[in-house]
Ligand binder design. Structure first.
Ligand SMILES: *Cc1c(COP(=O)(O)O)cnc(C)c1O
Length: 425
């Protein structure tokens, strides 16, 4: 095809009954012009117009198949929701009793629905849910320490990723940071020496995405709690990941509260395996101060988040194996190998031993034995462009389709995607 053979926008879009047809035809012709100039043949323009119309109508935020072996993948929406949690979301999406007390018929609070479940799971007197854990930490500091001092170990002044830095969040809350100890060693006595008339609370922060090894020391929660009690100050423990059940020895809210923390904060969509949310649990008087703070209104969760979290918490209590993050974390390597083998047989790939990761800034050292199906490197980009998109890992000249983060049914979808993109090459 030569440039002068290209149809006009009018000609290409004529007879296509679609309000977006003219704009789409313009885009198709512009691309065809570039291809002809580069010496390529643009092919069937009517077909490309149909594809362009499909493309512009596709939702921007879409479901993808996670073949990376990273369970809580930050770029892929962190934790996938359990079916049970999703059912609650569908149920609450219409009208719901979000702020209605069905017994009295008077106004209720959105914060009351999850409190009993959270109390059972953490042993706390009271709990509050906000939009994410960053919001939980900000609200706790703003409500309890505005204009006063917060004592934090130099070993815990962390950055989580995407610019969430403890010293900056602390500054935004209106509190003043008092650093104690050193990067690798901080003792309970260091906190005690820094306490003065301006001190509002002691803050402990989970190191999350890094570890200090070797000559390192950090006080236990009960040691810090003893210091806090002696000075009648609250101890706030930002646990980060939010493991409610035992996951590789991660601290649980229940354990931190039992050891004497007055308030704990954690994420809903890391190891907890639920929706993006922040949970604050602990002493009733402190939770009440957070609830009454004006920022609470700006940070409160919507009904969909609350429904998804309630569903996830109910599973954590009774059937944790149905929470996808926990299921993937605990699946034996042999089962993952069998899935990789089936996928390799289906697409003519080879089975490779890999290492799965938790991701999301949690358990940075944990290596989950995993297996992938290896296929040609050139397929990676086409697989991402496929519908549904498949996100894999390119390493050593091959595309690795890691099977720890795929269910059996998803592995079948990946096999179909590989066949489809190969046939188009
Ligand atoms: C992840 C994390 C946060 C932020 O939680 P989001 O849910 O991402 O807002 C805060 N503190 C710690 C220790 C974390 O690990």
């Amino acid at each position: 095809m030569r440039l002068r053979d290209l149809p006009s926008v009018d000609e290409l879009s004529r007879g296509v009954d679609d309000p977006l047809a003219v704009n789409a035809a313009r885009a198709v012709i512009a691309r065809a012009r570039e291809e002809i100039r580069a010496g390529a043949d643009p092919g069937d323009l009517r077909g490309r117009l149909r594809e362009e119309l499909e493309r512009v109508r596709r939702p921007a935020l879409r479901s993808v198949l996670n073949a990376t072996g990273v369970l809580v993948h930050t770029n892929l929406g962190r934790a996938p929701l359990a079916e049970g949690a999703l059912a609650r979301v569908r149920d609450a999406a219409g009208y719901s009793n979000l702020e209605l007390d069905l017994t009295t018929g008077s106004r209720g609070s959105r914060h009351d629905h999850l409190a009993p479940l959270l109390r059972r799971l953490t042993g706390a007197e009271a709990a509050l849910v906000v939009n994410n854990n960053a919001a939980a930490v900000l609200l706790a500091l703003a409500a309890l320490a505005h204009g006063r001092e917060v004592v934090v170990s130099r070993g815990e002044l962390i950055e989580i990723g995407d610019g969430f830095r403890i010293p900056e969040v602390l500054a935004q809350s209106g509190a003043r940071l008092v650093e104690v100890g050193t990067t690798n060693r901080t003792r309970a006595a260091d906190y005690e020496a820094a306490i003065g008339p301006e001190t509002a609370l002691l803050l402990r922060v989970h190191p999350s995405n890094f570890r200090v090894v070797g000559y390192a020391e950090r006080p236990r929660v009960d040691e810090l709690a003893a210091v806090a009690r002696r000075h009648e100050l609250p101890l706030v423990d930002d646990l980060g990941s939010g493991a409610l059940v035992d996951v590789e020895g991660e601290p649980t809210p229940a354990a931190a509260l039992a050891a004497g923390a007055d308030l704990v904060c954690c994420s809903g969509d890391k190891l907890l395996g639920g929706p993006q949310a922040g949970i604050v649990a602990g002493r009733a008087d402190l939770v009440e101060r957070l609830r009454r703070h004006p920022l609470q209104r700006a940070l409160r969760p919507d009904k969909l988040t609350l429904a998804a979290l309630e569903g996830t918490l109910a599973l954590a209590l009774e059937r944790p194996g149905e929470i996808p993050v926990l299921r993937m974390l605990r699946e034996p390597g042999e089962a993952v190998r069998a899935r990789a083998k089936r996928l390799a047989t289906a697409v003519g790939g080879t089975v490779e031993e890999t290492v799965g990761r938790v991701g999301g800034g949690a358990l940075p050292l944990a290596e989950l034995p995993s297996f992938a199906c290896a296929v040609e490197e050139e397929l990676a980009a086409a697989l991402r462009a496929h519908e549904p998109p498949v996100v894999a890992v390119v390493r050593d000249g091959r595309t690795l389709l890691d099977c720890r983060t795929l269910t059996d049914a998803e592995a079948d979808e990946v096999a179909a995607a590989v066949a489809a993109v190969r046939s188009r090459r």
